[in-house]
Design a protein around this ligand. Sequence first.
Ligand SMILES: Cc1cc2nc3c(=O)[nH]c(=O)nc-3n(C[C@H](O)[C@H](O)[C@H](O)COP(=O)(O)OP(=O)(O)OC[C@H]3O[C@@H](n4cnc5c(N)ncnc54)[C@H](O)[C@@H]3O)c2cc1C
Length: 376
Amino acid sequence: MKTVCALNQCAGCMACVDICPKGAVTIVDRLSAYNAVIDADRCIGCNACHAVCQHNHPAKQQLPAKWYQGWALEPELRNRCASGGLATAVSEAFVEAGGVVCSCTFKDGQFVFAFAETKGELQKFSGSKYVKSNPVGMYKKVKQFLQKGRKVLFAGLPCQVSAMKNYIGAQYEEQLYTADLICHGTPSPKILEIFLNQYGYSLGELRDIQFRIKAKFMIYADHKSVVPNGVCDKYSIAFLNSLIYTENCYSCPYACKQRVSDLTLGDSWGTNLPEEQQRQGISLILTQTQKGAELLNMANICLKDVDIEKAIKNNQQLCEPSHPPKTRNSFFNGIEKNKKFNHLIFSRYPKACLKQDIKSILIRTGIISYEISIVK
Ligand SMILES: Cc1cc2nc3c(=O)[nH]c(=O)nc-3n(C[C@H](O)[C@H](O)[C@H](O)COP(=O)(O)OP(=O)(O)OC[C@H]3O[C@@H](n4cnc5c(N)ncnc54)[C@H](O)[C@@H]3O)c2cc1C
């Protein structure tokens, strides 16, 4: 098998698929790893796939010039977003200034990328999707917008930003603005599908999916929590314990302080700001370039100083990639043998699961009550 980058190290960024003039590259999802496989019969040896690959050639990374924490000033916007709503607030200002935003949305059962040119269209991007997203087709289209003289803001995972920069090259660098998310790692959407199937859901039948409401991590399928509202489900437990990511994530070259984008966004974990602000969500914000500063200047946001050391201490991904738990291989073996997802997670994290299962019983029987308002 001929692959674009080292075996099992593909991030699924899809830049090689977009650039191949012969349609010779296919991404093979083995659940525990992705591979970009080259069809030797179609390949003309142009090397474009190898050159654009962010694993082979990570784009230039630089240390942040400025560190902040903050939030979107519009309360409704902040409420519907993952943390402080910075990504959406910056995107709003960008489209209002005539730019185009390209980011991730859930559509027809898939985590794909799309464009937005108005404030209304941006709603589809809000919220974190804790799964590998798929920017296929976007590289070409972003380049077309740039060729027409438009400014584009690409917001995605660091590996995707790196791939976009490789694809676009130096010619349109000035018009391309990039925002990357601090990233823990991403599982294949097929793992999410296996989890959902246990509850009778299927991604293809959902119109909406949410992965968290502020600091509460749990899956909401079509605005209904999969397990009782307030309980952390076993997909979220597996995600937060770094069990289910694809293999490349454990040696991610972007999990460090040197960032690949103009603007980096994450959660301001460990903040010293009042509880009331924390409940509403606070973003951690890093700017690397003048363009990053420009994005912040144009947005309707509140910026505060942040204790950099504390921010780094509370966000491991700013120092090193997630570590694969010892039980990861046996988890994927179990999945291949059709063992129940929830059982596999319970046997690996009995304490965490038992705590949530007891909470679930107490909520179901009305002994304790828990309500989180779901933003529709
Ligand atoms: C897989 C993943 C892992 C993360 N791990 C961490 C972490 O360890 N530490 C940390 O501080 N923050 C992490 N984040 C970032 C955090 O969850 C928030 O996305 C970030 O703080 C931005 O919040 P916001 O309120 O500004 O975003 P919003 O205004 O809600 O906008 C979110 C933006 O992110 C984009 N997006 C969402 N999901 C994806 C995806 N799967 N692929 C590409 N783009 C996507 C949306 O399209 C949108 O543009 C992670 C995000 C993801 C998607």
